[in-house]
Design a protein around this ligand. Structure first.
Ligand SMILES: Nc1ncnc2c1ncn2[C@@H]1O[C@H](COP(=O)(O)OP(=O)(O)OP(=O)(O)O)[C@@H](O)[C@H]1O
Length: 321
């Protein structure tokens, strides 16, 4: 599912919003992100998923120049991120959403206007008003959900082509999360904004995202269209009387193999016909994600749209749709 025609926002067919090649960041303790290569087509809503410490914030930091890469290259709409012309094209909303508490909501939006040449005050005010947030209220007196709404208004008022969000809804109650999710989707779809959103909430990702970047232990494990990633897999259950993987599994690419008594359960990318005595089912997005996150040695998977021509990444293609 492509949520909006990317050409409306970018003026170029098939534009790439974000492209990483061999991107890496090393701290004294070790690599936070390594060998990261992918392409995110414009107009997608992309979920950035992975366990704590996986490298998600590092990737967002590299995209916003808050973090300097140790190696590799990252481009925003074809322009290196450290090029000044890349700056006006993206907006970033960090986990802590820094806002001046003593400013009123109206002051906050005026500040947005002064700092951003392409500012869209009508859009920013619409986002604030649709949540019944009073423009004259001081930011420090707002609830967490209302503050998040103001932060969203600041981000969308900038009219970014690429919106980067670091766990934007983590501190919201389910109702506010649902409201903010709908707001984010409708604003992004209306303008063809590309969104990259890190999140630990699988349901949120399933509802909102049509593209996924899955990171574990600083490495990209899976990247591409949700609609292609999940159906590339099959869950099978069968007998494993001697407690080892049966020979029937050999033609398939096994992402995860688990023994349950005399039975096994495996998540596969089928490489041929499945054994007739296996019980077969379609996995959910959650089952696929968890299997990859638990199996660091499984071959990473990139859909056609997510691949860059980089010999350093091992890719196994899914036929282009
Ligand atoms: N400034 C830093 N100095 C040293 N190590 C860092 C720094 N920032 C991040 N790291 C390390 O890099 C790794 C990746 O961290 P990162 O914050 O990118 O993970 P994350 O996926 O965003 O995690 P979380 O879900 O917990 O927010 C971690 O091991 C972390 O300790």
């Amino acid at each position: 599912m492509t949520l909006a025609d990317p050409t409306e926002a970018t003026g170029s067919l098939g534009a790439t919003a974000l492209e990483a090649r061999g991107l890496g960041k090393r701290y004294r303790r070790g690599w936070a992100l390594r060998d990261c290569s992918f392409r995110l087509p414009a107009g997608r809503i992309c979920g950035l998923v992975g366990p704590n410490g996986a490298g998600k914030s590092t990737l967002l930091g590299l995209a916003t120049r808050l973090v300097t890469p140790t190696e590799g290259d990252l481009r925003v709409f074809g322009v290196p991120v450290d090029d000044p012309s890349a700056m006006p094209r993206f907006a970033f909303l960090s986990q802590d959403k820094p806002l001046f508490k003593r400013f009123s909501v109206a002051d906050t939006l005026r500040m947005g206007q002064e700092l951003n040449p392409g500012w869209d005050m009508a859009a920013a005010e619409r986002i604030v008003r649709s949540g019944n947030v009073p423009l004259e209220a001081k930011v420090g007196t707002l609830s967490g959900g209302q503050r998040t709404r103001v932060a969203f208004a600041l981000a969308f008022g900038k009219r970014p082509d690429l919106l980067l969000l670091d766990e934007p809804m983590a501190d919201l109650d389910p109702l506010a999360r649902d409201e903010m999710g709908s707001l984010l989707m409708s604003e992004a779809v209306e303008r063809g904004t590309t969104v990259v959103m890190s999140s630990h909430m699988l349901a949120e990702l399933e509802d909102m995202c049509d593209f996924l970047l899955v990171i574990a232990d600083g490495r990209l494990r899976m990247a591409g269209d949700t609609d292609e990633l999940v159906p590339a897999h099959t869950l099978v259950t069968g007998l494993a009387p001697d407690g080892t993987p049966p020979a029937d599994l050999t033609p398939h690419s096994v992402v995860e193999f688990r023994l349950q008594g005399r039975q096994f359960r495996a998540l596969l990318r089928p490489g041929g016909p499945l054994a007739p005595d296996w019980e077969v089912s379609e996995p959910s997005l959650e089952e696929v994600l968890l299997a990859y996150l638990r199996s660091p040695d499984a071959e990473p998977l990139f859909t056609h749209d997510a691949r860059v021509e980089d010999a350093r990444i091992r890719t196994e293609g899914i036929a282009a749709a």
